[in-house]
Design a protein around this ligand. Structure first.
Ligand code: IMP
Length: 184
């Protein structure tokens, strides 16, 4: 285990099993349809790539990057940093996110994407922290409900560190200091 991690919350095996299950659900729900996956960068990158390997449907993939976080604090202000290159009009869209925490990011994205007239629009998130919610968001596919802890790994970062960990872990306090140093 990485020396900065206090506790492994979700192991590599648990992640792999659950991602397979989520892909199966999507395969069932969208049988015969083409699905447009929107990955929310950067946190989605490992989850989306593993999920898509098990999706047996016709797919489009595109990415958006939005920002509301600095370190481990949400600024509450969401901005689009990178937009889609393709139109989603008339498409079945699934937004793939690493974690829904306050819900501000997803609520902003849903509002924005709805104006582009997709045929359907759903959220698929690996992690869900319902106790932190500030705005209600309709989540169709959620991998794991987790407690109110700041987690890293499997795509999720702290100041751009730890995305490469193959599990979801809780950071030690000392690592939070280290993250701040690397940020300079
Ligand atoms: P929300 O807008 O508060 O729902 O937060 C969504 C975004 O915040 C996610 O896409 C993550 O990038 C980031 N985030 C929220 N909680 C965590 C966490 O525990 N670890 C790492 N990133 C997080």
């Amino acid at each position: 285990m990485n020396e900065d991690i206090k506790e492994i919350l979700i192991s590599q095996e648990m992640l792999s099993n659950r991602v397979h299950e989520m892909a199966d659900e999507i395969n069932r729900d969208y049988k015969g349809k083409c699905v447009f996956f929107i990955g929310v960068l950067k946190g989605c990158f490992l989850f989306l790539s593993d999920l898509l390997k098990d999706v047996k449907l016709d797919t489009n993939v595109d990415f958006m990057m939005v920002s509301s976080y600095s370190g481990n604090q949400s600024s509450g202000v969401v901005r689009t940093l990178l937009d889609l290159k393709q139109s989603i009009e008339g498409k079945h869209v699934i937004v793939v996110e690493d974690i829904v925490d306050s819900g501000l990011t997803m609520s902003y994205m849903l509002k924005n994407l709805k104006t582009r007239n997709p045929k359907s629009l759903e959220i698929c998130t690996l992690l869900n922290k319902p106790s932190c919610r500030k705005i209600k968001v309709p989540i169709k596919y959620a991998g794991f409900e987790i407690p109110e802890k700041f987690v890293v790994g499997y795509g999720l970062d702290y100041n751009e560190l730890y995305r490469n960990l193959p599990y979801i872990g809780v950071l030690k306090e000392s690592a939070i200091e280290k993250g701040k140093r690397y940020d300079k």
